[in-house]
Design a protein around this ligand. Structure first.
Ligand code: SF4
Ligand code: FE
Length: 502
C-alpha cells in the first residue's frame, strides 16, 4: 500500500542494529538527530507527495505486479508518459524541499534491475528475474524507502577492480554458499542512505571475466549487521546544530554517506546479479540514463526556487524592473526550462527495450544531465549577481534577535517598505543554501556521472558517419546515405544493441 510520510518516519525511528556515524558519533534515531533530521524530512516528502493534492495524481500509479496503487518512486515505468510523470513529479517535489529528496536512485535501480533481469531471462537465466519480481512486490506492498548504491570507493582509478591493491576497493563477493553470498567493500557518495530502509546495490562499471566477483547486484536492509554508514559533511551543515530557525532554515537538506560492507551476508533471494559480468556494461548505461533523465525534473525545480528567490530579493531592494535584472531573470528562466525540456524529451522519446521495459531516450537523457552540469552554476551566478554582496556577508539570526542591535539592523537591512530585515535575511539564507548548496552545485556536476561520462555517450550514441554521408550528399560528393524510416541521427541500432549485447 501507499504509506504516509508519518508512517515512514515511524518505521525508521527505531532501528537498533543500524550503524550510522555523523561527525564521529553513532546515531540510532535519524528522525530526531539534528544533523540528519532535515534530510529525513526531505526523503519523507516523497511519501507526502502521494497524499498532497497537487502531486498525488502524479505520485500514485497502478502496479500490475501487486494489482494495487503504489507510490511512483517504487513503480516500474510502463510507458513514455510514466517516464514524463517522473520528471514532472520531481520538479514539483523540489519546490517543497529545496534540496535533493534522495529517493530517485532506488527508483532508478529498480527499473534498471527490471530490464537487466528480463534480458537475462531472455537468455535463459530465469532465476534473477523471479527473485527480482518477488522483491519488487515486497517493496511495492510495503512502500519501502530505498537507497540506490552504485559508486564504489574505486581506489586507484586506472586499475580494474581485480588489479586494485585493496581487493575491496569495489564491492565484491567473497563467498557463495547455497543460501546466499557474502560481500565486502564500500560504496561512496550514497544519497539518502541513512534515511533509507533498504539499499539496492548495483555495480558501478563494466566488468570483464577477471572481475566477475565484482559483478554483483543485490538488496539489503539498511540495518543489517556488518553495514556501517558514515555520513558526509556539507557546507554550513553545523548551523543545523545551533538550534535556530533562520540560518539553518526550517526546511530541508539532503545527505550522502559512505557505506562499508564488512563481510555482509545477503540471502540468495535478494541476489540479482552474481558474477554475471556480461550484463554490467548495459546495467551501468541503463541506470545512468535513467538518473540523468531525472535531473531534468529535480534540478529544474531547484531552478524555480532560485528564480523566485532572485525576484523577491530584487523586489526587496526595488530593482526588479531594472532592464538588466529582468534580463538576468529571463536567462535563469531559459536555463531552467531548457533542463526541464530535455528531461521531458528524454521521457516522451523513451524506448521499449524489451516487452514492457520502458527505458528513457539515452541520447536525450545524457544531454539532459550534461545541461545540468553547466546550467545550475550559471543560474546561481545570476542569482548572486542580483542578490548583492549581502549573500556573503549577512549577519546571523542571533544578531537579529539581540535586543541591543535588533532595532538598528531592522533599520539598516530594510530596503523597500513592506519588507522587513528578517524577510531580507530569510530570503538571503534560502538563496545561499539552495543556490550554493551541494544538491544544486556539486551533485549537478557529479551526480549520475561526471561530465566526461556523458561526452563518452554522445560519441557512442551519435551516428557520425550517417551525418557525414548526409553532408556529402548535399555537397554533391559521392555518398551512400540511406534514408530509412529511422530518421533520428543518433543510433537507434546502438540502443537496440545495448539491449541485445548480452
Ligand atoms: Fe532525485 Fe534529483 Fe536527488 Fe537524484 S538528485 S535523488 S533525481 S532529487
Ligand atoms: Fe543525485
Amino acid at each position: 500500500g501507499i504509506r504516509t510520510g508519518q508512517e515512514y518516519l515511524d518505521s525508521i525511528k527505531v532501528r537498533n542494529k543500524v550503524e550510522i556515524y555523523v561527525m564521529g558519533k553513532e546515531v540510532k534515531d535519524v528522525t530526531t538527530n539534528p544533523f540528519l533530521k532535515p534530510a529525513v524530512l526531505a526523503f519523507k516528502a516523497t511519501f507526502d507527495s502521494a497524499w498532497d493534492e497537487d502531486t498525488k495524481d502524479l505520485a500514485r500509479v497502478w502496479s500490475p505486479f501487486i494489482n494495487e496503487e503504489v507510490n511512483r518512486f517504487n513503480h516500474i515505468h510502463r510507458s513514455p508518459e510514466d517516464l514524463a510523470a517522473k520528471v514532472k513529479l520531481l520538479r514539483k517535489i523540489s519546490h517543497k524541499v529545496g534540496a535533493c529528496f534522495q529517493r530517485c536512485v532506488g527508483y532508478d535501480a529498480l527499473n534498471t534491475l527490471y530490464i537487466i533481469t528480463e534480458l537475462m531471462a531472455q537468455h535463459g537465466k530465469t532465476e534473477p528475474k523471479e527473485r527480482f519480481i518477488e522483491y519488487l512486490k515486497t517493496v511495492q506492498k510495503k512502500d519501502l524507502a530505498l537507497a540506490g548504491a552504485m559508486t564504489d570507493a574505486k581506489g586507484v582509478r586506472t586499475l580494474k577492480p581485480h588489479e586494485q591493491p585493496n581487493k575491496n576497493a569495489y564491492v565484491r563477493i567473497t563467498e557463495v554458499t547455497k543460501d546466499g553470498i557474502y560481500v565486502s567493500g564500500a560504496k561512496a557518495n550514497i544519497t539518502g542512505v541513512a534515511a533509507s530502509e533498504e539499499i539496492v546495490v548495483l555495480p558501478t562499471r563494466a566488468m570483464g571475466p577477471e572481475d566477475q566477483d565484482y559483478a554483483v547486484a543485490f538488496s539489503i536492509p539498511t540495518d543489517t549487521e556488518g553495514i556501517k554508514i558514515i555520513v558526509g559533511r556539507q557546507l554550513n551543515d553545523a548551523r543545523r546544530l545551533e538550534g535556530g530557525e533562520i540560518d539553518a532554515l526550517p526546511y530541508f537538506y539532503n545527505h550522502e554517506g559512505l557505506i562499508i560492507f564488512d563481510n555482509v551476508f545477503v540471502p540468495m533471494e535478494r541476489v540479482f546479479l552474481m558474477r554475471d559480468w556480461q550484463y554490467t556494461s548495459q546495467l551501468v548505461e541503463i541506470f545512468s540514463a535513467y538518473h540523468r533523465q531525472g535531473y531534468g525534473g529535480c534540478k529544474a525545480g531547484l531552478g524555480d526556487v532560485i528564480i523566485g528567490a532572485t525576484y523577491n530579493l530584487a523586489k526587496q531592494i526595488g530593482i526588479e524592473k531594472a532592464p538588466h535584472v529582468q534580463d538576468k531573470i529571463n536567462e535563469e528562466i531559459f536555463l531552467t526550462e531548457t533542463m526541464y525540456a530535455a528531461g521531458i524529451a528524454a521521457s516522451l522519446n523513451g524506448i521499449e527495450v524489451c516487452p514492457g521495459c520502458w527505458w528513457v531516450n539515452p541520447m536525450q537523457a545524457n544531454v539532459t544531465k550534461h545541461l545540468v552540469t553547466r546550467f545550475p552554476s550559471q543560474i546561481a551566478q545570476l542569482a548572486i549577481d542580483i542578490a548583492g554582496g549581502i549573500l556573503g556577508t549577512a549577519p546571523s539570526e542571533w544578531d537579529l534577535k539581540n535586543p541591543k542591535i535588533k532595532e538598528l539592523l531592522a533599520k539598516y537591512l530594510q530596503g523597500v517598505e513592506g519588507y522587513t530585515a528578517e524577510d531580507r535575511i530569510r530570503m538571503v539564507r534560502l538563496l545561499e543554501n539552495v543556490a550554493l548548496g551541494v544538491a544544486f552545485l556539486i551533485e549537478s556536476v557529479h551526480g549520475a556521472g561526471s561530465p566526461a561520462a556523458q561526452r563518452i555517450m554522445f560519441s557512442r550514441l551519435y551516428n557520425l558517419s550517417y551525418a557525414e554521408e548526409v553532408a556529402k550528399r548535399l555537397a554533391g560528393m559521392k555518398s551512400n546515405v540511406k534514408f530509412t524510416k529511422k530518421v533520428e541521427p543518433w543510433k537507434e541500432s546502438e540502443t537496440e544493441k545495448l539491449a541485445k549485447e548480452a
